[in-house]
Write a protein that binds this ligand. Structure first.
Ligand SMILES: [Zn+2]
Length: 125
């Protein structure tokens, strides 16, 4: 059964809608789901922000400034899909650990990720 669940989880990850990218000067009060906000100057943004993909409703904010730690980087490809590196690992709350690759969430933990994508699966019902 574990194996099957892993397949389902992988399938769910594959099917998930990609995150939209929005460039903003300031982070809006109401952050939409499935949207990654790139905050600051288009050429030199200082923050990435998005709702935690596990559905816990926490806002994840990733610092892009190299003189502060921890610091993340990102790349947007020609199809406007974002890669974020390194992975995002929340040490508090839901403790989600995932990569953002091509605008999609790539969960790090196996079965744990199945549990977290359940919310996503219900989205597709
Ligand atoms: Zn979460």
């Amino acid at each position: 059964m574990m194996f099957f669940r892993k397949i389902v989880a992988k399938f769910a990850e594959w099917l998930q809608p990609e995150h939209k990218l929005v460039y903003v000067d300031e982070l809006p009060r109401n952050v939409k789901d499935k949207t990654i906000y790139i905050v600051g100057d288009v050429k030199q943004p200082w923050l990435l922000a998005f709702n935690c993909p596990c559905g816990c409703q926490n806002l994840i904010q990733l610092n892009l400034l190299k003189d502060a730690a921890p610091c993340w980087g990102f790349k947007v490809n020609k199809k406007n899909k974002i890669n974020i590196y390194p992975s995002v690992w929340r040490t508090t709350g839901c403790e989600s650990h995932f990569f953002v690759r091509k605008g999609k969430i790539d969960w790090v933990r196996g079965y744990e990720s199945y549990r977290k994508t359940k919310g996503f699966l219900s989205f597709w019902k």
